[in-house]
Design a protein around this ligand. Sequence first.
Ligand SMILES: [Fe+2]
Length: 254
Amino acid sequence: MSISSLIQTPSAPAIPTGTFTRSLVNRSVATAREVLDALKVTLPSHAYWSPENWEQADQTMDEVRDVMLGWDVTDFGSGRFRQIGRMLFTLRNGKARDMRYPKPYAEKLLIEPEGQRSPMHYHRSKREDIINRGGGNVIIILHPVDADGLPARGTMTAQVDGVRRDLHAGDPIRLQPGESLSIPPKTFHQFWAEEGTGVRVGSERYTLSGEISSICDDWTDNVFIDEWACRFPPITEDEPRTCYLCHEYPGERK
Ligand SMILES: [Fe+2]
């Protein structure tokens, strides 16, 4: 695998519209549940709630809604969910400057079909550990941020389960199940499930990653090199939702 083939450069927008649909979101959540079942991972009960459950929820669910726990499916505005997208579940989080939610940490699960990536990005303040929780291998590439805000080349270090690795920016780092990599803020990163290594569920192979980090504010903390990329793209409503995503919960507090 050549390094140059792994480095992503900013791409032209040309975003197809209308391809990120509710039916795709519904299918993705159903698939994510199947993958988690296959890997014997059980989620909190609200992960299985219907829209009606959320519409009748009282203030006991405020934290879940306010720190955006729950399902998170996005194509980042790519129009190519299968290549550039993510299926996640946020298990815990805090909220900066809100004393009701003082946790300084966050945790997510990422359900990764082989061939799917997020866009290359860095975080303004979030420090995250990416943990391979099982399925297959995870490949990660890192770059420092250069003076123009783009991925830099050169040498750098990374911490894999506390062990220092000296590497060149863009070198693929392979995490086997059980291994983890620490990604400091202001470090470009992209990671994905290594082809041919994941657990088969239906017609696809999947790997499960975990993310343990400082507080995650996905509205403000992500910087993408692609100008078209966004964290919560609009969803075309082509069928009724089967669940609410973490940024969609009905606002009324009973
Ligand atoms: Fe990230």
